[in-house]
Design a protein around this ligand. Structure first.
Ligand code: AMP
Ligand code: MG
Length: 377
């Protein structure tokens, strides 16, 4: 779908397009290097014994700790070994009686219960057999899956932070503004957000609304993987970014989405560089960065597609007449979404008071309606 498509793209479709346009790191399948566990192991602190001797007293031969070689002991009738969680079972023993269920008299242990064979023992291979498939190829990584790679002795992924450049656009952006000018608030906002989301951020000076300068900046982006721009993607005479990107040979993933605020949102690939062309209005820029940047980062880092949506009830009605869904700034008060009386997409002051954006369908919603919302980070 390109920028000349007559319909606005639904948000979910835009997110999916972005996800699929980016390459995930290669993740080979993971197979068990050996049986898991590789030997019978204790799953409780207690004594290892032969279950069939029931509650008969046992003479303690010694202690096995996690990491001890179990060949040090051999359990024979009338004997037992003290054993700690994670230790390998000694030969001759087939059950563990936990310390809480043992009476000790010197070196004699008396079980207070009749154990069954296998009690509190993780038996060899009961989780996986050597060679079993543990993770299919291309499974997105998370911390637990990284642990599994470590357990199987596989190469751990190097997951450097993704480098994100931030550049605002607009001739009106100056450090000491006359009444007809403003400061660049989007740049610091987006840099802070990108950093919060785990990226390594480069905040660049604002760019003027001048096609040749924009083309130079975009054509030589430096060592970044993602460029967040703000402004210059709407229908105004000075909104040059779409044309500049297209002149540079970029592939437009989408331009204009079915969302309020944030309709002019643009995403394009310029070689390997992902350009997220956020609208200039602060609320739109923030909202779209919050929606799209986590998806791009997760994909490039080899994680699963994030699902940021939570659910709560509205504490007051929200009127909404436009022909596209609204994400409305709210405060979260005692688990309910309290809509803020905002003044639209330019209203940075309301954005700064908000905790969340609530999803309001076309036509508006009544108080008490359960809606999905996005937490402001
Ligand atoms: P644009 O999308 O470039 O048409 O900008 C829309 C509105 O957002 C205009 O009122 C801009 O002045 C404002 N705006 C654009 N960029 C920034 C920025 N970096 N910081 C604050 N406001 C901005
Ligand atoms: Mg502008």
């Amino acid at each position: 779908m390109s920028c000349d498509h007559p319909d606005l793209l639904p948000l979910e479709v835009a997110l999916r397009l972005l996800w699929e346009a980016l390459p995930a790191p290669v993740q080979p399948e993971v197979r068990a290097e050996r049986d898991d566990p590789a030997t019978d192991r204790a799953s409780m602190d207690g004594i290892a014994l032969l279950a069939s001797e029931g509650r008969a007293p046992r003479r303690i031969l010694g202690t096995l700790f996690a990491g001890s070689d179990p060949a040090a002991f051999s359990v024979t009738p009338g004997t037992a070994v003290r054993i700690m969680t994670g230790a390998a079972m000694p030969s001759g023993a087939n059950a563990i009686v936990p310390v809480e269920q043992i009476e000790m008299h010197g070196e004699i242990a008396r079980p207070m219960i009749v154990p069954d064979p296998g009690d509190h023992v993780r038996s060899r291979g009961d989780q996986a057999r050597s060679g079993d498939l543990l993770l299919a190829a291309e499974t997105p990584l998370n911390a637990a899956r990284v642990a599994l790679l470590a357990q199987e002795g596989l190469l751990l992924p190097t997951r450097p932070r993704i480098r994100v450049g931030v550049a605002s656009t607009g001739d009106e952006l100056v450090p000491s503004p006359a009444p007809y000018q403003i400061r660049d608030s989007n740049g610091p906002m987006l840099a802070d957000l990108a950093q919060t989301l785990g990226a390594e951020v480069e905040l660049r000076p604002a760019l003027p609304d001048e096609p040749a300068t924009l083309a130079r900046a975009l054509g030589h982006p430096g060592a970044i993987r993602i460029l967040l721009t703000s402004g210059g993607v709407s229908m105004g005479d000075h909104d040059h970014l779409p044309a500049v990107l297209s002149d540079l040979g970029a592939t437009t993933l989408f331009h204009r989405i079915r969302l309020k605020p944030g309709k002019p949102m643009l995403a394009a690939l310029l070689g390997d560089l992902l350009v997220l062309g956020l609208p200039g209005n602060p609320v739109s820029a923030y909202l779209n960065a919050l929606l799209f940047l986590p998806v791009a980062l997760a994909r490039l880092e080899g994680r699963a597609m994030p699902d940021p949506w939570r659910r709560a009830r509205l504490s007051a009605p929200v009127k909404h007449k436009a022909d596209r869904p609204l994400l409305h700034p709210c405060r979260l008060v005692e688990g309910r979404l309290e809509p803020l009386p905002g003044k639209g997409s330019a209203d940075l002051i309301t954005l700064a008071k908000a905790d969340a954006f609530a999803w309001i369908d076309e036509g508006g919603l009544d108080a008490g309606t359960k809606v999905r919302y996005l937490t402001i980070v």
